[in-house]
Design a binder for this molecule. Sequence first.
Ligand code: NAD
Ligand code: UDP
Length: 336
Amino acid sequence: MTVLVTGGAGYIGSHAVLALLEAGYSVLALDNLATSSRESLRRVERLAGRQLTFIEGDIRDRQLLDKLFAEHTIEAVLHFAGLKAVGESVAEPLAYYANNVGGSVTLFQAMADAGVHRLVFSSSATVYGEPESMPLSESAPTARASNPYGQSKLVVEEVLKDLARADARWSIALLRYFNPVGAHPSGEIGEDPQGPPNNLMPYIAQVAVGKREQLTVFGADYATRDGTGVRDYIHVVDLVEGHLRALEVLENCTGAHVWNLGTGRGYSVLEMVAAFEAISGKRVPYTLQARRKGDVAECWADPTKARKELDWQARCGLEEMMADTWRWQSKNPNGY
Ligand code: NAD
Ligand code: UDP
């Protein structure tokens, strides 16, 4: 069975491509390399001992999509392609809506015309907005996001729900990721942000490897255990396993289905720093600074629905997340 993976060269996409190849799928990876490197998929091929087909191109290019669907028997699409820098999305909303919403709609139109109706979409816990209680189950209300990036995820979710209502042939998974971290245990592929990382884990890793001086902790006055923000960090290998399970489950059901992919446990920023230091043996100096605009105090998943319906749950604990992040970062101090 052939799967089209958009954004396949990126952080999560490359891990998903590897898992698909290992599970016996044929993979077509489409990526415009806007925020990633061709090297990630070369390494994936080496790790898997199998070849994939890479197409450098854009999900907004309808002609290219039509050609791909005409030339290959694609049965499902894992759709990771998108831009994800929250601050940049505030400065450049049009670029984010054009890429994340416009690009997604173009992809769905090409799928519809090609008769391909099985889709797994990368959504985010950001669609829950500023939740009132924890943990978050899929029945919690969604809310307008505080930035265009989050809003683009919410809009695409709504587009896909409308699509499933309009045409019963669609089988769609809306996977709401909590905080993906970690790397493949080989240390060969991992998260390779361009410029200063926006996210906590790659920032910590780059401080530890000497690329950045110190971590800025955004907010120490939240009503949490130690005053710093609490999140549900999930190992990327567990996360992509959830995609493979969703792909299988979609084979036998139609409609649009929402699943949280999280562990159900929250850790604070300072707990993350301490855990990383313990595993890596490196010091991670930090300063406590003001809150970052748009951040919530805490956020963690109720992963029950995915456990029941996908027969999936996260296996890796914090130690593996830290060890694998450090292995990747120390083997590849400058990324790919
Ligand atoms: P990433 O930036 O590493 O990967 C995204 C990939 O999409 C990149 O390789 C990029 O070059 C490609 N891309 C972007 N626009 C494209 C376009 N128009 N055409 C073709 N390719 C394009 O990010 P990631 O962390 O791997 O995220 C993958 C998906 O998961 C994204 O949709 C992201 O919004 C979503 N997500 C990520 C997180 C996270 O914390 N990493 C959390 C929730 C949701
Ligand atoms: N954070 C931080 N310093 C950083 C990056 C993040 O203190 O340089 C905090 C952030 O305020 C939040 C947590 O780490 O409490 C996770 O942030 P991240 O950006 O990784 O993910 P988010 O949950 O915002 O999507």
